[in-house]
Design a binder for this molecule. Structure first.
Ligand SMILES: [Zn+2]
Length: 187
């Protein structure tokens, strides 16, 4: 059952600077970048909660998810429960690949009024091993509502100028976009 699958942590996990110890077991950080944009970083697990921020969710809100490096099944449950209470139009921006995997496996994760605005695609260079990422904007760099996705974007290695390889199976990774209505229908 996919819902209970615990995702392996991203290699970036050890680099994120938000790990807290002591009495507070939470390993996530939240920060309002402006009154409508909340940046979420770190690990979404059983200690994750946005309850303290619920009152600040206005009609429209942007969640910057690039710093989310890990999520487990408890975190997924917490997330879905919280999103069930949120009446805002939630825009997901800069979603890390960990979050994109949830979108594709667990459609409820996005929430009833959720929209994915932009997300990360990871690449690795077959020649020198350099890793890089692109942020794709939905509707500009990639169109939603297609039945299947077989193409991946192109990226040239900044270290050795070789063509990089996309680190994802496009059919799986982009599948959440098939459920998104064409942009004109999103209101
Ligand atoms: Zn290279």
């Amino acid at each position: 059952m996919l819902f209970y699958q615990v995702l392996k942590s991203s290699p970036k996990d050890s680099e994120h600077p938000y790990t807290l110890g002591g009495a507070d077991m939470s390993r996530f950080a939240i920060r309002w970048l402006n009154e409508k944009t909340l940046k979420i970083s770190g690990t979404i697990d059983e200690y994750f909660s946005l309850d303290s921020e619920f009152g600040k969710f206005s009609e429209e809100i942007f969640l910057d998810m690039r710093g989310v490096s890990r999520i487990n099944s408890c975190g997924v449950r917490e997330w879905i429960k919280f999103m069930g209470r949120v009446a805002s139009r939630v825009h997901y921006v800069n979603c890390s690949s960990i979050i994109v995997a949830q979108f594709s496996m667990i459609p409820e994760f996005i929430g009833k009024k959720g929209v994915v605005d932009s997300f990360e695609v990871q690449f690795v260079c077959p020649r020198c091993g350099h890793e890089d990422a692109l942020i794709l904007t939905v509707g500009k760099d990639i169109l939603p509502g297609r039945e299947t996705y077989s193409d991946t974007p192109d990226l040239i290695c900044s270290e050795c100028s070789s063509a990089m390889e996309c680190d994802h199976d496009p059919e799986l990774y982009f599948s959440f976009l098939s459920e998104v209505p064409p942009l004109a229908e999103i209101s």
